[in-house]
Structures are given as C-alpha cells and as structure tokens.
Design a protein around this ligand. Structure first.
Ligand SMILES: NC(=O)c1ccc[n+]([C@@H]2O[C@H](COP(=O)([O-])OP(=O)(O)OC[C@H]3O[C@@H](n4cnc5c(N)ncnc54)[C@H](O)[C@@H]3O)[C@@H](O)[C@H]2O)c1
Length: 358
C-alpha cells in the first residue's frame, strides 16, 4: 500500500511510521519541516521523506504527484498545542484549515482516500456544561457521538476555539467534497493520545507551553510545582498512542468499513480530572525514580488567564462513544491509565532526566 503522510515528523506521525514501516507491504512518502522524532527511519528505502512544509507552491507540485500515485493520504499536519490557540490564532487557523485545503482539493481531484486528522475539540463544550448542576448524570448531555452530538463552541473573543473551529471547518470541507465530488474520506477525532515523544520539554528542546503531560513532566524533572489550570477540574480520557496507531492501521486495512466515516479514537475507561492526573503522575514518578518524596510533590492552582493568556476557555469533559470504532474496526483499547503513564513517563525520564544526571 502506498501511503502519503503530511506532518509525519510529529508525535502521531513518528509512531505511525514505527508501525507501518515494520510491514514490508507499506511504501511511505512524507512531508514535515521537522525530523527529530523520525531520524531512525530516514534511511529506510520504503520511506521517502521531504523535510519541508507540504503547502508551499514548490512542495505542492511534489505533493500532487504523490497524491496521484498513492492509495491513501493521511493528513496529520497542524499546530495543535493549546497554548497557541489564543496567542497565535491566525497561524493555528491557517495550519488546520487553509494549509490543508489544497490537499483536500488534490484528494478530491484524484479521488484518493483522505484520512483527515481532526480533533475531539470539534465537539466544543458539552451540553451538560451549560445546564444546571447534576446534568452530567445524563449521557445524552455529555457523551460524544460522531454522527449525533452537536458541536458547541464559545464566542469569537474566546480565541481558544480557533483550533477547534478550523478543524471543524476542515471536516466540513472534507465532507462537502465527499458529497459533491465523491472524495473518499475518514475523519479521525483523537481524544488525548499519550506516549513517548509526545511533546518537547520547555527550555530543553522547545519553547512555550506544551500539552499537559509534558508540562507536568517538566515540572517534576525540574523540581517545580505542577500547575493546575483553574484547579484542574477539566476531565479528559487518555488512550495509549500504540492503541491509537493500531486503530489507524485497522482503518487502512479495512477501507470498506473505514471510508466515509468519522471515528472517535479514545478510551472512555481512562477518564481523569487534571487534578487526578497530576496526583497520579507524581506518584508514578516516585515509582520510576525510587524517590518517595515525589509522592508529595507540590501541586498549585493557577488561573487560566495567567497560564494561557486572555481568551482561554476549557472544554469541560470529553467522554467518547467508541461504539463505531469497536463495531467497524474491531478496535477496543485496553491499556489502563497507570500503564500508559508508566511507559510514557519512563521514556521522558530516560530521555531528559537521566542524561542530565550523568
Ligand atoms: N496527539 C493527540 O492527542 C491529538 C489530539 C487531538 C488532535 N490531534 C491531531 O492529530 C494530528 C497529529 O497530532 P500530533 O500530536 O502528532 O501533533 P504534532 O504537533 O506532534 O505533529 C504535527 C506535525 O505537523 C507538522 N506540520 C505542521 N504544519 C505542516 C505543514 N504545513 N506541512 C507539513 N508538516 C507540517 C509539524 O512540524 C509537526 O511535526 C494533528 O492534526 C492534531 O491536530 C492529536
């Protein structure tokens, strides 16, 4: 199978390459301006890598050739770090919408299957969050179902929704080209994939505020308190990157089941508040380092406006219905949150804390 992957050098792309390149039947051509996470694959004769963005006029000539020759295009390219959503929303919107549109058009032109990575943020806030307390008892008001749940976002001044809104528009464009031009598509809505290589550690190999796991890891490794935004009451479900990649592999191998569908890819059994995640992470780090003082590592709360800047508003809860992925792909994630954290945090510890100590 010939696969084109845009954004192949990121977290998901690097794990997808590990998986697909392990199978000799896959030939992959990828684009990404970054290669730090995929250097181990650059010499593989079944992988052609372009160290560039996929949307420059020069790159698009090659992308068009690759789309014409391939069986499937997987688009992972995005700016998908919450700290960017309200601080550089123009770039965020461009990366998830306008930069992606030429690729959607090419896939429509050549009727190539487009696996388009969206986000569970397209659901916005749950209906329950707008209703009186206690309504979280009704799954109809909080459970996220691909083909039924309304997509509910805040006002435009709350620029935190720039990413979610751009991704939603990209989904609508994909669907519109499917309806008008017969574009075969699969929309993937990831719900918090966790695993090694997820994000940079600030001031070590990147700047800014990474996603929550790397924020908490950075704090643990540098002896700083873990910072809970607005008390850490937001809830997320965590799924292992390996199981998420397995879901994508199943899509590629079951085109008839996967095409023309949107899928939630997450694990509803691994739901935590960010406060619970912080506590679990400090206890896991105590286990990894053998230093029981981490069990009581300080945790502080900070207002969202101070942490992310003005215009931040959080999704309250993201509880996926994964019935469709179970039914059509035969996919059921089983890794528990403690197992996922142990693997991921150990990898971070070995990559960052151990070399420094030597
Ligand atoms: N990881 C998750 O839990 C999660 C959650 C929700 C959505 N997603 C979506 O899944 C996709 C992959 O996420 P990730 O965690 O690997 O993110 P990531 O930031 O690690 O990877 C994205 C990659 O895209 C590259 N890129 C950006 N613009 C590009 C362009 N124009 N051309 C080529 N490459 C470009 C970046 O350099 C980066 O390597 C994204 O679309 C993201 O929005 C991921």
């Amino acid at each position: 199978m010939r696969v084109v992957i845009l954004g192949c050098g990121g977290f998901v792309g690097s794990h997808l390459l590990d998986n697909l390149l392990g199978d000799e039947s896959y030939l992959i051509e990828g684009w990404d301006p970054e290669d730090r996470k995929i250097r181990g694959h650059l010499d593989n004769p079944r992988f052609t890598f372009h160290r560039s963005v996929a949307n420059s006029p020069e790159a698009l000539v090659e992308v068009e050739r690759a789309v014409r020759e391939c069986d499937v295009v997987i688009n992972l390219a995005a700016i998908c770090n919450p700290s960017d959503y309200n601080t550089r929303p123009v770039s965020v919107i461009h990366a998830s919408l306008f930069d992606v549109y030429p690729v959607i058009q090419l896939c429509a032109k050549y009727r190539r299957w487009l696996v388009s990575f969206s986000t569970s943020e397209v659901y916005g806030r749950t209906l329950a969050s707008y209703l009186p307390a206690g309504t979280y008892d009704d799954p109809d008001l909080y459970e996220l179902r691909e083909d039924e749940t309304p997509l509910v976002m805040g006002p435009i001044q709350n620029q935190r929704w720039s990413y979610a809104c751009a991704k939603q528009m990209a989904e609508r464009l994909v669907y519109a080209h499917h309806a008008e031009d017969g574009l075969p598509f699969t929309i993937v809505r990831p719900l918090n994939f966790f695993g090694p290589r997820m994000d940079y550690i600030p001031s070590r190999d990147g700047d800014g505020v990474p996603r929550v796991l790397a924020c908490f890891m950075a704090a643990l490794m540098s002896g700083q308190p873990l910072q809970l935004v607005d008390g850490g009451q937001a809830r997320r479900t965590i799924v292992s990157i390996h199981e998420a990649v397995d879901a994508i592999r199943r899509m590629l191998e079951r085109p008839a089941a996967a095409q023309n569908q949107a899928f939630n890819i997450g694990n509803p059994h691994n739901e935590v508040t960010m406060a619970e995640l912080a506590d679990l992470m400090r206890r896991t780090y105590a286990k990894i380092t053998g230093d029981r003082r981490f069990d009581d590592h300080p945790i502080v709360t900070v207002p969202a406006e101070r942490f992310y800047g003005p215009g931040y508003e959080d999704c309250d809860r993201r509880m996926p219905d994964i019935g469709k992925a179970q039914r059509l792909l035969g996919w059921t994630p089983t890794m528990t949150l403690p197992e996922i954290l142990l693997e991921t945090m150990r990898a971070y510890h070995e990559a960052y804390a151990v070399p420094e100590a030597v």
